[in-house]
Structure formats: structure tokens, C-alpha cells
Design a protein around this ligand. Structure first.
Ligand code: KG4
Ligand code: ZN
Length: 347
């Protein structure tokens, strides 16, 4: 079947068409799914928000409203299909910026009901996880997933394609948010995560001693706010005293603290759940230091197989929403005209 999906939860409008097949088994799950991206159009709003140093929700909603319709028709034409070929419309319904989400939800609702196509609401965070099914056709639940982006940092146990348990989370800032804020204080344009990743190679990871973001208890929770504040306070102190610093050293020290915190809590989570597959997802899953550290971890712990998403599918995109929509569709999830967007994970 063909699925069309719309994503508009933050600062990227995206529309994608995928072809999905697989055998549905008794409990609504699927066996041997095969997912193929036919189009994955992304209209990034980053240039609009960079001048403000972060996402401005009202500007985001307006830009989604301007882009969503033409982007969708471009995605359909690139895929070589028309609306009458589409078996389900997926849409990100939560979590995210409420005004931004409402643009996608209302557009998808109109498109689906005007054309008699089933509408499937999708959780953005689970969509990030589903991006991995394109890269790894052999990936099957159960597995452990780290979802790390500008808005989310969670350790999630995927029991099946559609059943998830969040077993660890950040208590304050998301990893990407912390990367972006440290980058901003060093004068890098928003979002600075990828640039921090790049310059960290040129710096000394031991230059600055930083607190761990792994909360020192038996939970699987993080706190990135303390780590971020420690770096920013250090930079402010240096600037007050007119002492120069090496941005690469700061980036390397910060990355090293992030990496060791992530590895520590994932190690705890893997032991606790007995999971033998580890997946990472979300914009921060593109971070090469995190990827390398987890590769090293899995080389040492040969009972755990690592699944890394393609870098181009780490950030927000419609294809990941279409992939998750497929599994939700098979499971029987449908929305009616009362579908609403939600800012948070929980109702
Ligand atoms: O998943 P995403 O596109 O949007 C959200 O759902 O938040 O993630 C965007 C986040 C930004 O904070 C960005 O700086 C971060 O992902 N990011 C990175 C890298 N590439 C993107 N952070 C660290 N290293 C990277 N290579
Ligand atoms: Zn995201």
C-alpha cells in the first residue's frame, strides 16, 4: 500500500509518500515489513528562526501553513502517485509546538476526509524510532531506543511496532537543546549541534571538567541543564575576565560529557531490560561522537547489536511518520474528524 504522511511539529514542514508491505499477523502486528521511500520533501524553516537564535512558534505555524499544501502535492508527484492511490494518510499529532502541529493535523484531516482516505495519527517520538526501519529491514522489536533531539531525550523500550514504554527521560533540557544553547553562547548560528559535533574533533576533551548528565541514582534519567549551565557559566566567567577560550576545547569537553552520560544510562537500561538490540533516533542521533561511542560499546558487548539510522533520516521528516503510520494502520488506529493535536506525550 501507499501512505502519505505530513510532519509539522517543529521547524520543518515535510510530506512523504512511502510504499509499505508486509503480512499482518493475528495481533495486528506485521511480519517482514518492507518500507520504501518514494518521496520525502522537507521545507526547513531554519533560516527564518536563525535570526532569533531559536524557534519562534508563531513564525513556525505561519511557515507550515504556507508550505504544507504545495509540499504535499510535490511529494505525490515525485512519488508518481495520486491521492486515489493512497491507502492511509499519517500525520504527526503529538508532541510538539501546538500551533505548528495544528497546521499539519488540520491539513491532513481535510485531505483524508475529502478523499475518503483513512487518517492515522502518529506520535512524533515513535516516528523518529521508525526511521530506522528504512535503513535496517532486519530490525524487529523488541529493542531499546534512545530518542535524542532538540525537544526530546528518552530511553524507550519498544515492545512491538506500536507498543512502547518510556523507561528513562531528561528531567529538564533535551540533548539537542543543550548542544544548541552552548553553541549559541559561543556565537554559532542556530541550531549549532552539528557544528559542535564537527569542531569537537579539533579540541581537547579533557580541557574542561564538567558534571555528568546521567543522574547519579538508579533511575534511567538525565539532566542536561546542569551540564549546559556549567559550560555557560564557565564561558561567562572567562568573558568577564577577558580571557580567550578555544571553542573546539569547549565543544570537545561538552561532547565527551554528553557521550559518557548517554553510554552510562544506556548500559544500565540494556542490563535492566536484557535487550539485545539498541536503536538510536532523532536529530542528535546524527552526532558522530555518540555514534562512535555506541559502536565501541557494542563491539565490547557482543550480545547487543547496534542500529544507527541514516543521517539524512535523523532529523524531522515525513517518511519516518509514514513508517510509523503504517504499523499503527495495521494495528487498526484511525482518527475521525474530531482529531486534535497535543503539545505533550501524555494526554
Ligand atoms: O529531530 P530534530 O530534527 O528536531 C526535533 O524533534 O527536535 O532534532 C534537531 C536537533 C537540534 O537540536 C540539532 O542541533 C541537533 O538535533 N543535531 C545535532 C547534530 N545534528 C543535529 N546535535 C549534535 N550533533 C549533531 N551532529
Ligand atoms: Zn523530532
Amino acid at each position: 500500500m501507499y501512505l502519505l504522511a505530513i510532519e509539522s511539529s517543529c521547524d520543518e514542514t515535510s510530506a512523504s509518500v512511502i510504499k509499505a508491505d508486509g503480512t499482518t499477523v493475528e495481533n495486528g502486528e506485521t511480519e517482514s515489513p518492507s518500507l520504501q521511500i518514494l518521496s520525502n520533501r522537507i521545507a526547513s524553516q531554519i533560516p527564518l528562526h536563525t535570526v532569533y537564535g531559536g524557534v519562534v512558534p508563531e513564525i513556525a505555524s505561519r511557515a507550515h501553513a504556507e508550505a504544507v499544501s504545495s509540499l504535499t502535492y510535490k511529494a505525490l508527484s515525485e512519488a508518481g502517485v495520486s491521492l486515489s492511490d493512497i491507502g492511509a494518510v499519517g500525520v504527526t499529532a503529538f508532541p510538539g509546538l501546538i500551533g505548528a502541529l495544528l497546521v499539519g493535523v488540520n491539513f491532513a484531516k481535510s485531505l483524508a476526509f475529502a478523499n475518503g482516505i483513512p487518517l492515522v495519527p502518529v506520535c512524533h517520538v515513535y516516528g523518529h524510532i521508525a526511521a530506522n526501519y528504512f535503513t535496517h529491514p532486519d530490525l524487529k522489536p523488541p529493542f531499546l531506543a534512545l530518542v535524542a533531539s532538540g525537544g526530546h531525550t528518552s530511553i524507550i523500550y519498544a515492545k512491538s511496532y506500536t507498543e512502547f514504554e518510556t523507561i528513562g527521560r531528561t528531567r529538564d533540557d533535551a540533548i539537542g537543546e543543550a548542544f544548541d544553547k552552548v553553541a549559541r553562547v559561543m556565537g554559532m548560528p542556530y541550531p549549532g549541534g552539528a557544528e559542535m559535533d564537527r569542531i569537537a574533533y579539533e579540541g581537547d576533551p579533557t580541557a574542561l571538567k564538567l558534571p555528568s548528565a546521567a543522574i547519579a541514582d538508579d533511575t534511567l534519567d538525565f539532566s542536561f541543564s546542569g551540564l549546559k549551565t556549567a559550560v555557560i557559566n564557565h564561558l561567562n566567567t572567562l568573558s568577564q575576565k577577558n580571557i580567550p577560550y578555544v571553542p573546539a576545547d569547549i565543544a570537545a569537553s561538552f561532547s565527551s560529557a554528553v557521550v559518557s552520560s548517554v553510554v552510562k544510562k544506556l548500559d544500565m537500561a540494556l542490563r535492566r531490560t536484557g535487550a539485545t538490540r539498541l536503536v538510536i533516533a532523532g536529530g542528535v542521533a546524527a552526532n558522530s561522537h555518540i555514534r562512535a561511542a555506541l559502536e565501541e560499546y557494542c563491539q565490547k558487548h557482543t550480545n547487543v547489536k547496534l542500529y544507527l539510522p541514516e543521517k539524512s533520516l535523523c532529523g524531522d521528516n515525513g517518511a519516518m511518520i509514514a513508517a510509523q503510520a503504517y504499523f499503527e494502520f495495521l494495528r487498526g488506529t484511525r482518527a475521525d474528524t474530531t482529531l486534535n493535536a497535543r503539545a505533550t506525550m501524555e494526554e
